[in-house]
Design a protein around this ligand. Structure first.
Ligand SMILES: Nc1ncnc2c1ncn2[C@@H]1O[C@H](COP(=O)(O)OP(=O)(O)OP(=O)(O)O)[C@@H](O)[C@H]1O
Ligand SMILES: [Mg+2]
Length: 258
């Protein structure tokens, strides 16, 4: 069974793209085949894998519009086992088009039904709650919400919970979610806010938190994930631990529902 996981938060710059790539790269280390999908018109995930959006012929836009299949739009990356469906500048236009299509929420879910050669599909969402994010959440078994321990994070977490409620009612009753703490620093504010998030969300928060690590900022420059760029770094080890937690969660909660 293929598990589809959306990585989304309407708040920008919370490490959605970094986490999508790092978790995917950590999962392939155990021999799995993983598909990453860049759903963001900014195409940061595509760029982070060293691919120029201006030079690609087919993108996730074509997949959403039904012009192509997963097999013909996905491509191998420099990381063995890790494939990508890239984004392009057309995405902004596509997002506007989607709303006028009937049952537009379900377009991605239908397209990804043919992604069953992968054990997991990770969807990197844009920092907005538009048609692309709604498509991602409708297609997904699980939503991961990366969050920083900052003052404004509580507000965006509440917005995300509203969205989950909405999606469960409208298009995906079985959507689950998990919160992951990213870019954690050593200040007292970070410690306090981490405790607040953990006590508010309980075991819906991954035990592993990703700390600040400048090596993660260097990865896009070399077009490699952290597990390859700095395999022994703290960030690489933390993302491996997080990927393992994710696998355990999928195994006990999604792959074999009670
Ligand atoms: N743990 C970390 N430590 C230090 N820097 C980080 C960490 N995680 C991510 N970054 C950096 O923070 C910036 C934002 O990360 P990223 O692009 O992954 O966020 P995003 O949520 O995808 O942003 P957007 O909302 O624009 O899509 C990037 O420069 C990234 O390299
Ligand atoms: Mg991003």
């Amino acid at each position: 069974m293929t598990t589809i996981v959306a990585i989304a938060n309407e708040k920008g710059g919370v490490a959605k793209t970094t986490s999508t790539l790092s978790i995917g790269a950590a999962l392939v280390e155990s021999g799995q085949e993983i598909l990453l999908v860049d759903l963001d018109p900014q195409a940061n995930l595509t760029l982070a894998l060293g691919i120029q959006p201006a030079q690609i012929r087919r993108s996730v836009a074509d997949l959403l519009l039904g012009n192509t299949s997963v097999l013909s739009v996905s491509r191998e990356t420099s990381v063995p086992g890790l494939d990508l469906i890239p984004a392009s500048g057309e995405m902004l236009m596509v997002e506007r088009f989607l709303y006028v299509r009937q049952n537009y929420e379900h377009l991605l879910r239908k397209a990804l039904a043919k992604a069953d050669m992968y054990s997991m599909v990770l969807l990197d969402c844009p920092p907005s709650l538009g048609a692309l994010t709604i498509n991602a959440l409708t297609a997904s078994n699980l939503l991961i919400i990366p969050t920083q321990c900052e003052f404004f994070s509580a507000h965006s977490l509440r917005e995300m919970l509203d969205l989950i409620r909405n999606i469960r009612q409208r298009s995906n009753p079985s959507l689950r979610y998990r919160v992951m703490i990213t870019m954690l620093g050593k200040t007292r504010v970070h410690r306090t806010l981490q405790e607040q998030i953990r006590s508010a969300f309980g075991n819906a928060v991954f035990a592993t938190a990703i700390e600040n690590d400048t090596k993660l900022r260097e990865c896009p420059v070399v077009g490699k994930p952290i597990t390859e760029y700095a395999p022994e770094s703290r960030a690489a080890q933390q993302y491996r631990a997080l990927a393992q937690e994710l696998e355990e969660y999928v195994h006990q909660a999604i792959a074999q529902p009670a």
